[in-house]
Design a binder for this molecule. Structure first.
Ligand code: SAH
Length: 249
Protein backbone atom coordinates (compact mmCIF):
# COMPACT_ATOMS: atom_id res chain seq x y z
CA UNK A 1 0.00 0.00 0.00
CA UNK A 2 1.22 3.49 -0.80
CA UNK A 3 1.61 5.00 2.63
CA UNK A 4 2.00 8.49 1.16
CA UNK A 5 -1.62 8.69 0.08
CA UNK A 6 -3.76 10.94 2.26
CA UNK A 7 -7.46 10.13 2.30
CA UNK A 8 -10.27 12.66 1.96
CA UNK A 9 -12.65 13.45 4.80
CA UNK A 10 -16.24 14.24 3.86
CA UNK A 11 -18.27 15.88 6.57
CA UNK A 12 -21.69 14.55 5.67
CA UNK A 13 -25.12 15.56 6.92
CA UNK A 14 -27.21 12.45 7.58
CA UNK A 15 -30.49 14.34 7.90
CA UNK A 16 -32.91 14.00 10.81
CA UNK A 17 -33.50 10.24 10.66
CA UNK A 18 -35.53 9.03 7.69
CA UNK A 19 -32.89 7.56 5.34
CA UNK A 20 -34.84 8.74 2.29
CA UNK A 21 -33.91 12.29 3.29
CA UNK A 22 -30.22 11.70 2.55
CA UNK A 23 -28.77 13.51 -0.42
CA UNK A 24 -27.70 11.38 -3.39
CA UNK A 25 -24.18 12.50 -2.69
CA UNK A 26 -24.31 11.31 0.92
CA UNK A 27 -25.64 7.92 -0.23
CA UNK A 28 -22.84 7.58 -2.80
CA UNK A 29 -20.15 8.49 -0.27
CA UNK A 30 -21.51 5.98 2.25
CA UNK A 31 -21.34 3.31 -0.43
CA UNK A 32 -17.79 4.16 -1.52
CA UNK A 33 -15.98 5.17 1.68
CA UNK A 34 -13.46 3.13 3.63
CA UNK A 35 -14.24 4.48 7.12
CA UNK A 36 -17.20 6.13 8.83
CA UNK A 37 -17.09 8.12 12.04
CA UNK A 38 -20.62 8.67 13.31
CA UNK A 39 -22.62 10.26 16.12
CA UNK A 40 -25.44 9.20 18.37
CA UNK A 41 -28.06 11.04 16.32
CA UNK A 42 -27.51 9.19 13.05
CA UNK A 43 -30.50 6.92 12.41
CA UNK A 44 -30.20 3.16 11.98
CA UNK A 45 -31.69 3.36 8.49
CA UNK A 46 -28.79 5.57 7.43
CA UNK A 47 -26.19 3.35 9.12
CA UNK A 48 -27.56 0.40 7.16
CA UNK A 49 -26.46 2.15 3.97
CA UNK A 50 -22.76 2.12 4.89
CA UNK A 51 -20.54 -0.06 2.75
CA UNK A 52 -20.10 -3.39 4.59
CA UNK A 53 -16.29 -3.30 4.31
CA UNK A 54 -15.89 0.18 5.77
CA UNK A 55 -14.43 0.62 9.23
CA UNK A 56 -17.13 2.00 11.54
CA UNK A 57 -16.27 4.16 14.51
CA UNK A 58 -18.93 5.40 16.92
CA UNK A 59 -18.02 8.61 18.73
CA UNK A 60 -21.25 9.09 20.63
CA UNK A 61 -22.44 12.44 21.93
CA UNK A 62 -25.70 11.90 23.69
CA UNK A 63 -26.64 15.20 25.34
CA UNK A 64 -24.06 15.86 28.00
CA UNK A 65 -22.28 12.52 27.55
CA UNK A 66 -19.50 12.62 25.00
CA UNK A 67 -18.13 9.18 24.25
CA UNK A 68 -15.09 10.84 22.73
CA UNK A 69 -14.05 14.44 23.49
CA UNK A 70 -14.15 16.81 20.51
CA UNK A 71 -10.33 17.12 20.40
CA UNK A 72 -10.00 13.35 20.14
CA UNK A 73 -12.57 13.23 17.33
CA UNK A 74 -10.62 15.89 15.45
CA UNK A 75 -7.38 13.94 15.94
CA UNK A 76 -9.06 10.68 14.90
CA UNK A 77 -10.19 12.17 11.58
CA UNK A 78 -6.67 13.38 10.86
CA UNK A 79 -5.18 9.96 11.71
CA UNK A 80 -7.66 8.06 9.54
CA UNK A 81 -6.92 10.32 6.57
CA UNK A 82 -3.19 9.79 7.11
CA UNK A 83 -3.83 6.04 6.99
CA UNK A 84 -5.06 6.67 3.46
CA UNK A 85 -8.71 6.01 4.25
CA UNK A 86 -11.54 7.93 2.60
CA UNK A 87 -13.54 8.95 5.60
CA UNK A 88 -17.18 9.92 5.97
CA UNK A 89 -17.70 11.95 9.11
CA UNK A 90 -21.44 11.42 9.47
CA UNK A 91 -23.47 13.84 11.55
CA UNK A 92 -27.17 14.10 12.31
CA UNK A 93 -29.03 16.79 10.34
CA UNK A 94 -26.72 19.35 8.76
CA UNK A 95 -23.04 19.46 9.82
CA UNK A 96 -23.02 23.25 10.07
CA UNK A 97 -26.17 23.64 12.17
CA UNK A 98 -25.31 22.98 15.81
CA UNK A 99 -23.09 20.17 14.57
CA UNK A 100 -19.61 21.41 15.43
CA UNK A 101 -18.78 20.87 11.79
CA UNK A 102 -16.90 24.16 11.71
CA UNK A 103 -14.47 23.00 14.39
CA UNK A 104 -13.78 19.69 12.69
CA UNK A 105 -13.22 21.23 9.27
CA UNK A 106 -10.88 23.82 10.77
CA UNK A 107 -8.67 21.09 12.20
CA UNK A 108 -8.61 19.18 8.93
CA UNK A 109 -7.71 22.28 6.94
CA UNK A 110 -4.92 23.07 9.44
CA UNK A 111 -3.48 19.59 8.94
CA UNK A 112 -3.68 19.84 5.17
CA UNK A 113 -6.25 17.03 4.88
CA UNK A 114 -8.49 17.27 1.80
CA UNK A 115 -12.03 17.73 3.01
CA UNK A 116 -15.51 18.60 1.79
CA UNK A 117 -18.85 19.30 3.44
CA UNK A 118 -22.08 17.69 2.24
CA UNK A 119 -25.16 19.47 3.56
CA UNK A 120 -28.00 17.58 5.18
CA UNK A 121 -31.61 18.32 6.02
CA UNK A 122 -31.57 19.91 9.42
CA UNK A 123 -33.94 18.62 12.12
CA UNK A 124 -36.10 21.76 11.91
CA UNK A 125 -36.78 21.25 8.19
CA UNK A 126 -37.52 17.56 8.64
CA UNK A 127 -39.81 18.30 11.56
CA UNK A 128 -41.57 21.01 9.61
CA UNK A 129 -42.50 18.70 6.73
CA UNK A 130 -43.33 15.62 8.80
CA UNK A 131 -45.33 17.43 11.48
CA UNK A 132 -47.15 19.86 9.20
CA UNK A 133 -45.67 22.97 10.81
CA UNK A 134 -44.41 25.39 8.12
CA UNK A 135 -41.46 27.40 9.41
CA UNK A 136 -42.60 30.57 7.66
CA UNK A 137 -46.07 31.52 6.41
CA UNK A 138 -47.31 34.74 4.90
CA UNK A 139 -50.03 35.11 7.54
CA UNK A 140 -48.09 34.00 10.62
CA UNK A 141 -44.31 34.24 10.44
CA UNK A 142 -42.00 36.36 8.31
CA UNK A 143 -38.85 35.03 9.94
CA UNK A 144 -37.54 31.87 11.53
CA UNK A 145 -34.80 31.66 14.13
CA UNK A 146 -32.85 28.54 15.14
CA UNK A 147 -31.32 28.65 18.62
CA UNK A 148 -29.70 26.23 20.99
CA UNK A 149 -31.42 25.78 24.34
CA UNK A 150 -28.50 23.93 25.85
CA UNK A 151 -28.37 24.47 29.61
CA UNK A 152 -25.20 25.92 31.05
CA UNK A 153 -24.93 26.19 34.83
CA UNK A 154 -28.68 25.52 34.96
CA UNK A 155 -29.61 28.52 32.84
CA UNK A 156 -30.19 29.26 29.18
CA UNK A 157 -28.47 32.41 28.06
CA UNK A 158 -30.43 33.68 25.05
CA UNK A 159 -31.50 37.05 23.69
CA UNK A 160 -35.08 36.71 24.95
CA UNK A 161 -36.06 40.18 23.78
CA UNK A 162 -35.35 39.20 20.18
CA UNK A 163 -36.84 35.72 20.49
CA UNK A 164 -40.12 36.95 21.96
CA UNK A 165 -41.01 39.20 19.02
CA UNK A 166 -44.29 38.46 17.23
CA UNK A 167 -44.65 37.18 13.65
CA UNK A 168 -41.71 34.82 13.74
CA UNK A 169 -41.01 31.17 14.41
CA UNK A 170 -38.42 30.10 16.96
CA UNK A 171 -37.04 26.57 16.79
CA UNK A 172 -34.99 25.46 19.77
CA UNK A 173 -32.48 22.63 19.38
CA UNK A 174 -31.20 20.78 22.47
CA UNK A 175 -33.78 22.56 24.60
CA UNK A 176 -35.89 19.85 26.22
CA UNK A 177 -34.16 19.99 29.61
CA UNK A 178 -34.79 23.75 29.65
CA UNK A 179 -38.34 23.70 28.26
CA UNK A 180 -39.91 25.20 31.39
CA UNK A 181 -37.37 28.00 31.57
CA UNK A 182 -37.65 28.74 27.84
CA UNK A 183 -41.46 29.04 27.92
CA UNK A 184 -41.29 31.15 31.09
CA UNK A 185 -38.76 33.56 29.55
CA UNK A 186 -40.72 33.90 26.31
CA UNK A 187 -43.82 34.87 28.33
CA UNK A 188 -41.84 37.16 30.65
CA UNK A 189 -40.57 38.99 27.54
CA UNK A 190 -44.00 39.62 26.12
CA UNK A 191 -45.43 36.61 24.28
CA UNK A 192 -48.91 35.65 25.52
CA UNK A 193 -49.27 32.32 27.30
CA UNK A 194 -51.70 31.35 24.54
CA UNK A 195 -48.95 31.47 21.88
CA UNK A 196 -48.93 28.12 20.06
CA UNK A 197 -45.91 25.94 20.85
CA UNK A 198 -44.97 22.32 20.30
CA UNK A 199 -42.31 19.74 21.00
CA UNK A 200 -41.48 17.21 18.32
CA UNK A 201 -39.44 14.16 19.20
CA UNK A 202 -37.78 11.79 16.73
CA UNK A 203 -38.93 13.93 13.84
CA UNK A 204 -39.18 12.05 10.49
CA UNK A 205 -38.81 8.64 12.17
CA UNK A 206 -41.62 6.09 12.43
CA UNK A 207 -42.02 6.85 16.15
CA UNK A 208 -42.21 10.64 15.71
CA UNK A 209 -44.13 12.26 18.58
CA UNK A 210 -45.74 15.70 18.27
CA UNK A 211 -47.08 17.44 21.32
CA UNK A 212 -48.77 20.71 20.41
CA UNK A 213 -50.10 23.21 22.94
CA UNK A 214 -49.30 26.69 24.13
CA UNK A 215 -46.39 28.37 25.89
CA UNK A 216 -48.45 28.27 29.07
CA UNK A 217 -49.27 24.58 29.08
CA UNK A 218 -46.47 22.91 27.12
CA UNK A 219 -43.91 22.31 29.91
CA UNK A 220 -46.35 20.38 32.10
CA UNK A 221 -47.75 18.48 29.12
CA UNK A 222 -44.24 17.47 27.99
CA UNK A 223 -43.40 16.15 31.45
CA UNK A 224 -46.69 14.25 31.56
CA UNK A 225 -46.01 12.75 28.13
CA UNK A 226 -42.44 11.86 29.14
CA UNK A 227 -40.90 13.69 26.15
CA UNK A 228 -37.12 13.29 26.19
CA UNK A 229 -34.29 14.31 23.88
CA UNK A 230 -33.80 14.35 20.90
CA UNK A 231 -36.63 16.77 20.37
CA UNK A 232 -37.20 20.25 19.04
CA UNK A 233 -39.27 23.02 20.56
CA UNK A 234 -41.22 25.14 18.06
CA UNK A 235 -42.75 28.42 19.18
CA UNK A 236 -45.00 30.64 17.08
CA UNK A 237 -48.38 30.91 15.41
CA UNK A 238 -47.37 28.46 12.65
CA UNK A 239 -47.81 25.68 15.22
CA UNK A 240 -51.57 26.27 15.01
CA UNK A 241 -51.45 24.81 11.47
CA UNK A 242 -50.31 21.42 12.71
CA UNK A 243 -53.84 20.10 13.27
CA UNK A 244 -54.84 20.80 9.68
CA UNK A 245 -51.55 20.12 7.90
CA UNK A 246 -50.21 17.08 9.76
CA UNK A 247 -49.67 14.24 7.30
CA UNK A 248 -52.43 11.63 7.31
CA UNK A 249 -51.15 8.40 8.83
N1 SAH B 1 -26.84 19.09 13.23
C1 SAH B 1 -28.14 18.70 13.71
C2 SAH B 1 -28.44 19.22 15.09
C3 SAH B 1 -27.54 18.65 16.18
S1 SAH B 1 -27.91 19.28 17.77
C4 SAH B 1 -29.20 19.19 12.71
O1 SAH B 1 -28.90 19.96 11.79
O2 SAH B 1 -30.35 18.75 12.83
C5 SAH B 1 -28.89 17.98 18.42
C6 SAH B 1 -30.32 18.42 18.57
O3 SAH B 1 -30.97 18.39 17.30
C7 SAH B 1 -31.17 17.52 19.44
O4 SAH B 1 -30.99 17.80 20.80
C8 SAH B 1 -32.57 17.88 18.97
O5 SAH B 1 -32.97 19.12 19.52
C9 SAH B 1 -32.34 18.10 17.48
N2 SAH B 1 -32.67 16.91 16.69
C10 SAH B 1 -31.86 16.20 15.91
N3 SAH B 1 -32.53 15.21 15.28
C11 SAH B 1 -33.82 15.33 15.66
C12 SAH B 1 -35.01 14.62 15.35
N4 SAH B 1 -35.04 13.59 14.49
N5 SAH B 1 -36.17 15.04 15.93
C13 SAH B 1 -36.18 16.09 16.77
N6 SAH B 1 -35.09 16.78 17.11
C14 SAH B 1 -33.91 16.41 16.56
Amino acid sequence: MNTQRIGTVHLVGAGPGDPELLTLRAARLLRDCSAVVYDHLVGQGVLDMINKNARRIYVGKESGRHTLPQDDINALLVDLAHEGLDVVRLKGGDPFIFGRGGEEIEQLVEHGIPCEVVPGITAASGMSAYAGIPLTHRDFAQACIFVTGHLQNDTVDLDWQTLARPHQTVVVYMGIAALGEICRQMMAHGLPGTTPAAVVRHATLPDQQVLAGTLGCLPAAAVAAGIASPALIVIGDVVSLHDRLKPAK
